[in-house]
Design a protein around this ligand. Structure first.
Ligand code: ADP
Ligand code: MG
Length: 512
């Protein structure tokens, strides 16, 4: 069998072409997503969680792990945990406990992380996602548990920013103790070659869900949401699961997809060569798109988990859980279905809108009075193209839902033609003002003054004497030339339909 192995261009390990790899191996993935909860204070003490403060100014004896300091559970964080669990259709534990996960790392001053282990707050749920071509996919969720973040180390003086080669390291404990929820999927099987796409769609859907729930801004680029990507291969879908690697802290949707693809190609090369995949954590390198070996993964036993003696077990009352359930907002999947029905979009139109990230702006534009069709036309067309050309998100354009709704209104009322509206939009994008201001400033209004139109038609007819004759002789389509001449003379500012009527009227030929 051709192995098609080749060393990675960037000095990585041998790789098998992705399609060859998935033709020979079945891909299994699993995702662990950490989310920082948007609470005002930390998980076990009253320190602020505000982002961007001077290092080590938002700490307390608890988050610094000082001897004798006692933790107190943050009720809002627990409620957020319940909220996430319910939105993922999980069962909320009647009783659950925190545990100590023991290990040493300088960014964790207690030498243990207070986390939930075998008794998570939420378990056995799922998240339904939609792949780009519209295929629905259910990802099973094993559990969602509460824990705390670690501090942040900065390694100074090396070339890579990693500890190897650094002169010294700095630690900031502001992040230590920020509430986290970790959401862990069951192994995702059956996706085969589409596994990278499923991974990306899942993380994207989870981000949308968390935002809709109001529990986190879930900004991956700020580290508020981070994904650990587990990947394994097996010879066939009915073989036992293969050994997985866990690529840590992948921080964009695109990188999640790329990291899975890379590991598939890399592991296939290892297996093709008769080797076995090492169970280890790996680092993701955004710049080169490769993963490199991290540490050999500890078994759970090595952490010597035991129940946290300083905290009593939590027993969220059923009344509380039901209260939280009743307060859940409309979830993204339901919202999407509702909007599609309200707007009358086809499946394909809706999918394009969602994939292009236009749902919210279109919704806001419709709320400002535009028709759903017009909102989609402008955002999905002209504005998406402009954003693309400028390499920014549509939401970063200097045009918002209010301007687009205003523009759509101008077209609808007949004040500007569709073609003129494009010019108006150009003016708005160039910072010339609101659509109405641009219409005035650029003189882009439709000529609705009948006498001016009649004059223009007469002039055009005079310049094309043969046309009048043809029309009178029954060749109505000859009117097109005169309509064109009038449109040109008015720089497109006339209503073509009305011009055509006028041409036929003035010639006195058959009415069309
Ligand atoms: P750990 O704490 O060691 O990372 P977790 O149970 O928290 O273990 O998470 C492991 C993740 O890897 C889960 O999402 C799980 O579904 C997934 N997983 C487990 N076994 C495999 C496998 N063989 N291949 C791919 N993913 C796997
Ligand atoms: Mg884990």
């Amino acid at each position: 069998m051709s192995t098609a192995t080749a060393p990675a261009a960037t000095g990585g390990e041998p790789l098998v072409a992705y399609d060859d790899a998935t033709a020979r191996y079945d891909v299994v993935i699993g995702l662990e997503v950490h989310v920082e909860l948007g609470t005002a204070t930390k998980m076990f003490d009253g320190s602020s969680t505000a982002f961007g403060a001077e290092p080590n100014t938002q700490v307390s004896p608890v988050s610094l792990g000082l001897p004798g300091a006692l933790p107190v559970v943050n009720r809002t964080a627990v409620e957020h945990g319940i909220r996430i669990g319910l939105a993922l259709d999980c069962t909320i534990a009647e009783m659950c406990r925190f545990a100590r996960k023991n290990y040493f790392y300088p960014d964790m001053p207690k030498n243990f992380q207070t986390s939930q282990y075998d008794e998570p707050i939420a378990a056995d749920g799922h998240l339904d996602v939609v792949l780009e071509d519209g295929t629905p996919w259910r990802v099973e969720v094993e559990r969602a548990h509460l824990e705390e973040d670690t501090g942040k180390s900065t390694h100074v003086g090396g070339a890579t920013g990693r500890i190897h080669g650094a002169d010294h390291s700095l630690v900031d404990y502001n992040r230590a103790g920020i509430p986290l929820v970790e959401i862990v999927t069951r192994p995702v099987t059956g996706a085969g070659a589409r596994a990278p796409e499923v991974a990306r769609a899942y993380v994207a859907a989870l981000r949308d869900l968390l935002r809709a729930l109001g529990v986190s801004e879930a900004r991956m680029e700020q580290g508020q949401m981070r994904a650990d990507v587990n990947v394994s291969l097996r010879p066939s879908p009915d073989a036992p699961l293969g050994t997985r690697t866990e690529t840590k802290n992948v921080n964009s949707f695109r990188s999640v997809e790329r990291a899975v693809r890379y590991e598939v190609s890399r592991q296939a090369a290892v297996l093709d060569a008769g080797g076995s995949v090492l169970q280890e954590t790996r680092h993701w390198h955004e710049d080169t798109g490769i993963t490199t070996s991290g540490r050999v993964k500890s078994d759970a036993d090595d952490y010597r988990y035991f129940p946290e003696p300083d905290l009593v077990p939590m027993t969220p009352s059923r009344a509380w859980v039901e209260e939280v359930r009743a307060s859940l907002p409309e979830l993204p999947v339901a919202r999407r279905a509702r909007l599609q029905a309200e707007w009358g979009y086809s499946d394909l139109e809706m999918r394009d809108v969602v994939n292009a990230g236009l749902l919210d702006v279109i919704s806001a534009t419709v709320a400002q009075g535009a028709s759903p069709a017009a909102a989609r036309k402008w955002w999905g067309g002209e504005l998406a193209r402009t954003a693309n050309a400028r390499e920014v998100e549509v939401t970063a354009l200097p045009v918002g839902p209010a301007e687009v709704a205003e523009l759509a209104g101008l077209v609808e009322s007949g004040r500007v033609t569709d073609r003129m509206a494009r010019e108006v939009l150009e003016g708005v994008l160039a910072g010339e003002g609101t659509p109405t201001e641009v219409v005035t400033a650029r003189g882009l209004e439709v000529v609705s003054d009948e006498s001016a139109l009649v004059t223009a038609v007469d002039e055009a007819l005079a310049a094309n004497p043969d046309v009048a004759e043809k029309i009178r002789g029954g060749k109505v389509q000859a009117a097109g030339a005169v309509v064109g001449a009038v449109m040109k003379a008015t720089r497109g500012a006339a209503d073509a339909k009305r011009v055509r009527e006028l041409v036929l009227e003035r010639v006195g030929g058959p009415q069309a």
